[in-house]
Design a protein around this ligand. Structure first.
Ligand SMILES: [Zn+2]
Ligand SMILES: [Zn+2]
Length: 367
């Protein structure tokens, strides 16, 4: 079928809307008519050249919409179902079968190879293949092919246009607190970075009844939003060393910290903010993929520190996304407060606005 997609032709290029051909769905695949698609840091990391993904290609990995066709063997969803798309996974490796698909053995090829496992693309420009299957979806488009494995039906009460971010940024932040770190009631938490992942972590921390929730964020508008969403404190890293600001609130240091920045000077301050036996969760994507954490081995032992790398909030999307939707519909997880809807055709303006911090989570919608 003929579709329109936002194509990236190379590092640093703007997105260009082009008419492309979407392939017929093969076994296990579903075609989604996109209602909305969130803009995530990882999409921009491709545009900025921080993540290897071939060009010309279509990214976008927080898509939601309506199933309009299914390939052979698909029983999980049917035509007309409302779905959110999420990351892809194989479903058969030891991590997938243990309920930890974000650590799938095949995570990198299934989400970043730019093609189906057989090497074919789901998108063509005339006869020329266009790189596709980004996070198993490439949803910066009017329509996309995903696999039944990486789509999740969403409840009727949810605004379908904003469901996509549940499949990446929102589940990453909320899942980091609710699943990966499993912060207990009345514990103390530092969230560094008040973007969509950090603020989703705040929402998750409120659900877990975390006692002290400190958000560190340079933008005043995001600090204000963090407080509205349930953070107990919001600090400006420009106003002095972060560890001193944290210990002014919690003198012993925090039980848990979540870093969304992957910036080494910031990480040093976060480690200095941890309490004895504190745990640092890490979800940031470093600009330099060779970045390493500089922490002394003796210090790690004597302070009993735990460092936890986190992908997608340890989410098993088939379970966690419905859990988040239920919390949202009960008024306990207002992630819609993070969202700014922008027409799909304004994708370049929207990306720039999000980069400037004017929007926490842009969701591109089709008119
Ligand atoms: Zn797997
Ligand atoms: Zn993402």
């Amino acid at each position: 079928m003929e579709i329109t997609a936002a194509v990236l032709d190379g590092v640093g290029e703007d997105f260009v809307l082009k008419d492309l051909t979407l392939a017929e769905p093969e076994a296990g695949e579903v075609v989604i008519q996109i209602a909305g698609v969130g803009v995530c840091h990882t999409d921009l990391a491709v545009q900025q050249g921080h993540l290897p993904f071939p060009f010309p290609g279509v990214v976008g990995h927080e898509g939601s919409g309506t199933v309009v066709a299914v390939g052979p063997g698909v029983t999980k969803v049917a035509i007309g179902d409302r779905v959110a798309a999420t990351f892809n996974s194989c479903g058969s490796c030891s991590q997938c079968t243990a309920g930890s698909p974000s650590y799938c053995d095949q995570f990198m090829p299934l989400n970043f190879s730019g093609a189906r496992p057989d090497g074919s693309s789901t998108l063509h420009d005339g006869d020329a293949p266009v790189v596709s299957c980004f996070f198993g979806q490439s949803t910066f488009a009017t329509h996309a092919i995903a696999r039944d494995r990486n789509v999740v039906k969403v409840a009727d009460g949810l605004d379908l246009e904003i469901a996509g971010p549940l499949g990446c940024g929102v589940q990453t932040g909320a899942g980091a607190i609710m699943r990966s770190l499993a912060c207990p009631k009345d514990s103390t938490l530092l969230v560094v970075g008040g973007g969509s992942v950090g603020l989703s972590a705040v929402l998750g921390a409120v659900v877990r009844e975390v006692g002290t929730i400190i958000v560190a964020e340079p933008l005043a508008s995001r600090r204000a939003l963090a407080l509205e969403l349930g953070a107990t404190h919001a600090v400006d890293p420009a106003e002095g060393p972060l560890s001193e600001q944290v210990r002014a609130v919690v003198p012993a240091g925090v039980d848990y910290a979540l870093d969304t920045t992957a910036m080494l000077p910031v990480l040093g301050e976060i480690v200095a903010s941890l309490a004895q036996r504190g745990t640092l969760g890490m979800v940031g994507v470093p600009a330099d993929p060779t970045s390493a954490l500089p922490v002394g081995l003796i210090e790690i032992q004597l302070r009993g520190l735990t460092f936890k790398g986190i992908v997608e909030g340890d989410s098993d999307p088939d379970l966690f996304i419905p859990e988040l939707v239920d919390l949202h519909l009960a008024g306990r997880f207002p992630f819609d407060r993070l969202v700014t809807k922008v027409p799909f055709a304004k994708i370049n303006d929207a990306v720039a606005a999000q980069a400037r911090g004017e929007a926490v989570k842009v969701v591109l919608v089709h008119e």
